[in-house]
Ligand binder design. Structure first.
Ligand code: ZN
Length: 315
């Protein structure tokens, strides 16, 4: 039997997040203010969509204390992310661009969240915290006006809501669900490549879930659209927060009911069936045709690895 604490989602890039989000306390402004004024408060800081970090020796430190934060400039938005054993963590979006990295000896580094993950520059739990911060700050920056009446809105509930004083509408941060699926047929699986992928990289197919659609229906529709393959059973594997800007990747295995591929060239450059042996060779960096697997931060990597190791799917 599987270890009850095993969490496939926590193994994905941005999937580990140790914070208690304190969701039951957000509506208490005095509680949020107390956390924000505590000596131990830490802020992760963004200018636009880019995190700001400090170089400390060979490591990057994403945390700024209250005084350090004040020295960076004024805050446009501040959101309570949650707390860990060391205290509360807030996400702060600066009003102005902070000093550029490389300008003098500021010790500051601006580096996008994808590079931080791909280059392994932060421990996995901190990547999860930064992903949470990026997605919620991105939402605030683009929802400053009421979608119902057009008046300016104000952040509330520790930054997890925006309120419109003019029409009383409440606006909540959005998460956009995406299905990403490895279609299998016995010992083969269906992979595709988009033109923007690194040369040789093949991955699982993916697409946004539409309003009114189930996960299963979205999997079947996307696979039919992109590769012309019919799909039967769909089984959930794991999920992954994907902060570009605020997606939730829902990773599934899907059982093929047909094999003929018709590639939608507006979405994909190529799609093909490959064997389990070939997927194993991709992970070993030894595929005879030069095919390369997605990076470990991607949930597609974990879907393909589970298939390569014959751990899943059950069908
Ligand atoms: Zn309004």
């Amino acid at each position: 039997m599987q270890n009850p604490t095993y969490d496939a989602s926590a193994l994905t890039g941005y999937g580990a997040n140790p914070l208690d989000r304190l969701a039951n306390h957000r509506d208490d402004p005095a509680f949020v203010a107390r956390l924000r004024e505590a000596q131990t408060v830490r802020h992760v800081v963004f200018t636009g969509d880019i995190p700001l970090l400090r170089q400390r020796g060979a490591a990057l430190d994403p945390f700024f204390g209250a005084r350090d934060l004040a020295a960076l400039g004024s805050a446009r938005e501040t959101v309570l992310l949650g707390q860990d054993d060391a205290g509360a963590i807030f996400a702060t979006l600066l009003e102005e661009a902070a000093p550029e990295s490389g300008e003098g000896d500021t010790g500051l580094v601006s580096l996008d969240l994808r590079s931080l993950a791909v280059q392994g520059l932060l421990p996995a739990p901190l990547l999860g915290v930064m992903a949470q911060a990026k997605s919620i700050l991105h939402w605030h920056a683009r929802h400053r006006f009421c979608a119902q009446c057009g008046a300016a809105t104000q952040a509330s509930s520790g930054g997890w809501k925006r309120l419109c004083a003019a029409c009383s509408a409440q606006h909540f941060p959005r998460t956009d669900p995406v299905v990403i699926m490895l279609v299998t047929d016995g010992d083969t699986c269906l992979v595709g490549r988009q033109p923007r992928f690194n040369p040789g990289m093949y991955s699982a197919l993916a697409g946004f879930i539409e309003p009114g659609e189930t996960v299963e229906a979205a999997v079947r529709r996307e696979v039919a659209e992109e590769a012309g393959v019919r799909v039967g059973a769909v089984a959930y594997h794991a999920s992954q927060p994907w902060p570009f800007p605020a997606s939730l990747m829902i990773g599934c295995f899907a059982q093929a009911l047909s094999r003929e591929i018709v590639v939608d060239t507006t979405e994909l450059e190529d799609a093909r069936w490959i064997s389990r042996t070939e997927v194993q060779a991709m992970f070993a960096g030894a595929h005879p045709g030069g095919l390369i697997a997605p990076a470990p931060i991607a949930i597609a990597h974990h879907l393909m690895r589970a298939f390569a190791e014959a751990r899943e799917p059950g069908f």
